[in-house]
Design a protein around this ligand. Structure first.
Ligand SMILES: C[S@@+](CC[C@H](N)C(=O)[O-])C[C@H]1O[C@@H](n2cnc3c(N)ncnc32)[C@H](O)[C@@H]1O
Length: 208
């Protein structure tokens, strides 16, 4: 496993190959499917707490309905709550039938492996992105990943996305000159991510 690879595997196996305190930052978007989301966040929290370096960030998209449950999972793993970011939803908005609420933003939780240390730059907790679904139906906008990585990473960091999907986070990390590692269980989606990594030009200015 190199520090610039995307691997087609279950993230449990991917995590098993990582040493304790070997990752600087995790930025990810776990599956929301009813049958798997809870186990996915549990693996993310427990393994994230193990592989992150002290004061490393764990940043994750979350669904609204399970937000409190997901935060409990993070707390129970020994991670420290840092902040909640909002990602404004542009274009089509989602009506959450179970609550009769139209979701205008996506929550993004920021946790930190203790000790908590403040960012060394000042940032706003609201992100605006664009609807981007060209590569995958669950794809997130690369502008969001670039914004989050520019805010929470530093030169030379290793960024991990254990639920890589179409590769948005690794692509953003590559564009910013960071090391990256991604795990994706679905072979077809993994192939899409590998294809995106070859895009040129790969400077973050190309995406903003
Ligand atoms: C919400 S999508 C991520 C989309 C991504 N943010 C993007 O921009 O394309 C979650 C991804 O996690 C993958 N996945 C689900 N369970 C997994 C597991 N146990 N290990 C690795 N990947 C998994 C799914 O196949 C899916 O591609």
């Amino acid at each position: 496993m190199t520090s610039r690879s995307l691997i087609n595997c279950d993230c449990k196996d991917g995590f098993a190959g990582l040493e304790d305190e070997s990752v600087d930052l995790i930025l990810t978007d776990p599956p929301y499917l009813k049958e798997v989301w809870e186990g996915a966040y549990q693996t993310l929290a427990t393994q994230g707490a193990r592989v992150l370096k002290p004061s490393g960030y764990l940043i994750s998209y979350c669904g609204h309905i399970n937000l409190n449950h997901i935060m409990r999972i993070m707390d129970d793993a020994g991670l420290a709550y840092y902040w909640l970011f909002s990602q404004a939803n542009h274009g089509a908005k989602c009506l959450v039938h179970a609550r009769h609420i139209i979701a205008g933003f996506k929550p993004i939780i920021i946790y930190q492996k203790p000790p908590v240390k403040p960012l060394n730059r000042i940032t706003l907790d609201m992100i605006t992105g664009q609807r981007s679904k060209a590569y995958h139906c669950w794809q997130q906008d690369i502008h969001e990943a670039i914004h989050l990585l520019r805010t929470f990473s530093k030169t030379g960091d290793l960024v991990l996305d254990p639920f890589t999907g179409s590769g948005t986070v690794p692509l953003a990390a590559k564009a910013l000159g960071l090391s990256y590692l991604g795990f994706e269980i679905d072979p077809g989606t993994h192939a899409i991510a590998l294809g995106r990594m070859d895009q040129e030009p790969l400077t973050w200015e190309a995406f903003v």
